[in-house]
Design a protein around this ligand. Structure first.
Ligand code: BES
Ligand code: ZN
Ligand code: ZN
Length: 502
């Protein structure tokens, strides 16, 4: 990423310009220069629709050998999401042609948004689009070299813009790097990523951070989990040769007396189902059962890297859910950190068991202004909302509205699912313990899971639960996601929420 003043622009490989669907330029430029080169293309081959692009040759153009036209659709619909889609479109068009350097961008003007916002959105999306998990690809017996990224040079009209443009471009880069760091954790195979190695990656992240001194990191060993009576985390982890962990990250950079936002992420590094074993196909992608953990860790990293003046905590109960002679059995009764007893009838409903202890810790150890947990919790939620949204539950309508607002601003959707306590709480009653870990009926599975969690949050805590079983992983490519894999959702939502409320 670099910034160049318009007056200082020398001839480049490609100039990227944006058009609406009436083929009117959205980039402010000496349009006459452009017109000469793009007139014919505009007349015939280019409609200016969103996700459309066309490369035009311009050998005698004073600024560029080629011009990349990028469509953005209807002018009145253009917002930051359209900017992000245009960034992804441009990035893919250039990467396909192996054009990675000498690319100058004439950013579009967007109504009611500052140039800085547009620049940040563009740089973020360009970064997201270039996530490439090729750690395990080889070429001639060696690890395959990663492709160099497409780098954008943003053209500024005025030297007065330089300082703020720099800030927004940096922000875009930090956000994209933070999201891609989380996607990498999710994509890493469970052979390499288990509770302790996840904790080590978090430690490395903290040690590398220039703000290291302001971060407090604690990784609980199994002995510490026992001392704190984390019965849920221990029970889920007991079947695995990899012991469980609890990762506690604190960044108190806001007001001294300010209450923190506490983020809690489900960190099941692999979910086989345990003795309630999943069928093989359902296990194939279960390395992403720590996507909730990755989401809160990445949002935390972004908050630190942006040096936000906020108080934020990230908690990750991490365990591997495996069947073995040591594994918990259906019918076992366990005692959780808050003293409640749980009858474990299905060892595949393990996420709620690890989250329960962490939520109890969040409510009692901090005086949180809000607790937000994120989890690939139920197949039922994925069936209900698909991969277009996270299901959301909250005991506080104001918190729900704030999370929806953050989601809207970064185009990561949350959709409220029914809570109807009166109907569903009943289904969690156990004959032998305080509560069962699965509902008596399959129906309403996302709701019974959320109501289970609520049992472990103190009543005065403002709490929300995001079920990302559907949206955490994409089976097919999307605007910013080139191949099936981790979506990175809802990291940007959480980062925005922390920035606005932390
Ligand atoms: N990790 C799964 C949920 C899941 C399923 C995430 C599909 C992503 C895609 C969770 O631990 C689980 O297995 N839940 C069970 C709960 C049931 C036993 C009550 C489920 O959804 O089937
Ligand atoms: Zn499970
Ligand atoms: Zn799970």
């Amino acid at each position: 990423m670099s910034l160049t003043l318009k007056s200082k622009l020398s001839k480049r490989e490609v100039l990227v310009v944006f058009f609406d669907d009436e083929k009117k330029s959205l980039s402010r430029w000496n349009d006459k220069v452009l017109k000469d080169y793009v007139a014919l293309a505009l007349e015939q081959d280019f409609k200016g629709k969103a996700r459309e692009s066309l490369l035009v040759y311009s050998p005698s153009h004073p600024q560029a050998k080629r011009v990349l036209l990028v469509g953005m659709g209807k002018r009145s619909d253009i917002d930051l999401n359209q900017v992000r889609i245009a960034a992804a479109t441009a990035t893919k068009a250039l990467a396909e042609r192996e054009i990675r350097k000498g690319v100058s961008v004439l950013l579009p003007k967007v109504a009611r948004k500052t140039n800085g916002d547009v620049l940040e959105a563009f740089e973020t999306a360009a970064g997201l689009t270039q996530f490439d998990f090729s750690d395990f690809k080889t070429e001639n017996g060696k690890k395959k070299k990663a492709q160099a990224p497409v780098e954008f040079d943003y053209i500024l009209e005025d030297s007065k813009e330089l300082k703020s443009a720099e800030k927004f471009a940096d922000r875009g880069q930090i956000i994209a790097e933070g999201v891609n760091w989380g996607r990498e954790l999710i994509a890493t195979s469970p052979r390499q990523l288990y509770p302790d190695s996840l904790a080590k990656k978090v430690t490395a992240m903290v040690n590398k951070s220039p703000s290291k001194k302001k971060i407090r990191l604690k990784v609980w060993s199994e002995a510490e989990l026992k001392r704190n009576k984390f019965g849920g985390v221990l029970a889920v982890g007991q079947g695995s040769d990899h012991p469980p962990r609890f990762i506690v990250l604190e960044y108190m950079n806001g007001r001294k007396s300010g209450k923190p936002v506490v983020l809690v992420g489900k960190g099941i590094t692999f979910d086989s189902g345990g003795l309630s074993l999943k069928p093989p196909q359902a296990q194939e992608t279960m390395k992403y059962d720590m996507a909730g953990a990755a989401s809160v860790l990445s949002a935390f990293k972004i908050a630190v890297d942006l040096q936000l003046k906020v108080n934020v905590v990230a908690l990750v109960p991490a365990a591997e859910n495996m069947p073995s002679g040591k594994a918990q059995r259906p019918g076992d009764v366990i005692t959780m950190a808050n003293g409640k007893t749980v009858e474990v009838l299905n060892t595949d409903a393990e996420g709620r068991l690890v989250l329960a202890d962490a939520l109890h810790y969040a409510s009692t150890h901090y005086k949180p202004q809000a607790i937000v947990d994120v989890a690939t919790l139920t197949g039922a939620c994925a069936l209900a909302v698909g991969d277009a949204a996270a299901g959301i539950f909250s005991n506080d309508p104001k918190l729900l509205t704030k999370l929806q607002k953050s989601g809207d601003s970064v185009s990561e959707n949350v959709w409220p699912l029914p809570d109807f306590d009166d109907f569903y709480k009943e289904l969690l009653k156990s004959d032998v313990a305080d509560i069962r870990n699965i509902g008596r009926r399959r129906e309403g599975g996302a709701t019974t899971a959320a109501l289970f969690l609520e049992e472990f949050v103190s009543e005065e805590s403002s709490w929300a639960h995001l079920d990302i079983a559907g949206c955490g992983w994409y089976d097919s490519p999307r605007d910013f996601v080139n191949s099936p894999g981790p979506s990175g959702v809802p990291i940007r939502l959480l980062a925005d929420f922390v920035e606005s409320n932390g």
